[in-house]
Design a protein around this ligand. Structure first.
Ligand SMILES: [Fe+2]
Length: 241
């Protein structure tokens, strides 16, 4: 199967904990293409105090990196977004148009503290949604708050937020609890799409195993939904049906 779209990947070198070198970034893209991805959106971190990137530095890094892709064949199409750590500062940046939504500017990738989802965070998600920007919740299976509590995520999904599974969670990359949570959230139909969240070329093997696991548990149709239909809808600012 092909035509997959990866909405969460750290193939841009030198800006955070993603690809350590441009060569490794290129190797990640080649490996993802081999795994069936025809489009891979770079989502480097914007996290104040840890990865102090802003829109301008990330756009510059993306341009530098895409220049180094020229002449290499067997690559997927690429694009630029950002994994926004959803604190006060990054929220204000998004409101001021200083964030980095997905190409087309209809959806935006967000990660959270994960121990709780205080009411103010939920209100801010609604604010973005009202502002015609679809919030995409990165790897909900990793947030302790949601373990054993699918109804908390269900409320956000019912309110129109999108969710993105990290496929490697299904093969235990992050431990037993996130693996269990990923299976449970899949069972409850609470994911709109899945991704690689790869940081190194070697991570792609876990992603491919996670994709096999999805086929084993839920069939090829689910794989197609999570990696093709879902991401395509999200890029249009819609939730897949
Ligand atoms: Fe990530």
């Amino acid at each position: 199967m092909r035509g997959f779209i990866d909405l969460h990947c750290h193939w841009i070198a030198g800006v955070d904990d993603g690809a350590p070198s441009e060569e490794e970034g290129v190797a990640m893209l080649l490996a993802l293409h081999q795994a069936g991805f025809d489009r891979v959106v770079a989502t480097p971190h914007m996290r104040v105090g840890m990865f102090d990137n802003d829109r301008a530095t990330l756009v510059a890094a993306y341009e530098r990196m895409t220049a180094s892709l020229r002449g290499t064949s067997g690559l997927p199409e690429v694009g630029l977004g950002c994994e926004h750590y959803f604190d006060d500062i990054v929220y204000q940046r998004l409101r001021a148009g200083e964030g980095l939504p997905y190409p087309g500017e209809r959806a935006v990738l967000l990660e959270f503290y994960g121990v709780d989802f205080p009411p103010v965070v939920v209100e801010r998600l609604f604010d973005l949604r009202r502002g015609r920007l679809l919030p995409v919740i990165a790897h909900p299976e990793r947030y302790r708050y949601l373990w054993g509590k699918p109804e908390a995520l269900e409320r956000l999904v019912d309110a129109g937020m999108a969710t993105l599974l990290d496929a490697a969670a299904l093969v235990g990359k992050y431990g037993r609890e996130p693996q269990r949570a990923a299976e449970m959230l899949l069972d409850h139909g609470l994911y709109h799409a899945a991704c690689s969240d790869a940081h190194r070329p070697a991570d792609v093997a876990d992603v491919a195993r996670g994709m096999d696991r999805i086929v084993d548990l839920f069939g090829e149709e689910e794989l197609d939904f999570l990696f093709r239909e879902g991401p395509r809808a999200i890029l249009e600012g819609k939730l897949p049906e």
